[in-house]
Write a protein that binds this ligand. Structure first.
Ligand code: HEC
Length: 132
């Protein structure tokens, strides 16, 4: 019994330390936005287009540049980047019309679906990252 209680306490503590987990409604909203604004280039499965559009699925670039994700989506990017060992140097257009709430939903979808993160990213932290 004591072992079970200790285990439960550790799990609760771990859950608290990790912060709240992803909100599936927000992920579903993010998925709709992804299908409209991103999938024509990055593809529905997130695998991209060989040597032209980098993959999002399993991309080391996302994990290494997590804090830049809101800015990448809002402002687009055009630089030389290395994603999973392959160099890309193309233009990704900006998405200036997405609201902060839409951007937050997209970031949560991309993190959950493609980077296997189960952590919730709040609208406040997205705003902070945009202003960094
Ligand atoms: C017109 C095609 C196009 C669209 C639409 C597009 N992207 Fe991109 N995306 C690119 C290209 C090309 C790059 C590489 C840019 C570079 O070389 O600097 C890229 C890079 C990225 C990266 C960083 C590299 C990686 O693979 O991890 C992320 C993250 C990303 N896009 C997410 C998105 C999201 C989310 C959307 C939708 C809001 C989106 N993109 C819409 C073409 C596109």
């Amino acid at each position: 019994m004591r072992v079970i209680i200790t285990f439960l306490m550790i799990s609760i503590l771990a859950a608290c330390m990790e912060g709240p987990s992803v909100n599936m409604q927000q992920v579903a909203h993010g998925q709709q936005l992804y299908e409209t604004h991103c999938a024509n280039c990055h593809q529905l499965d997130g695998k991209g287009i060989a040597h032209i559009v980098p993959p999002l699925l399993g991309a080391d670039y996302i994990v290494q540049n997590r804090n830049l994700l809101p800015k990448m989506i809002r402002y687009g990017m055009q630089q030389r980047i290395l994603v999973n060992g392959i160099t890309y140097q193309q233009k990704m257009p900006s998405n200036g019309k997405l609201t902060d709430a839409e951007l937050t939903a997209l970031v949560n979808f991309v993190e959950f679906r493609f980077a296997k993160s189960t952590q919730l990213i709040s609208a406040d932290s997205v705003k902070l990252l945009l202003n960094q």
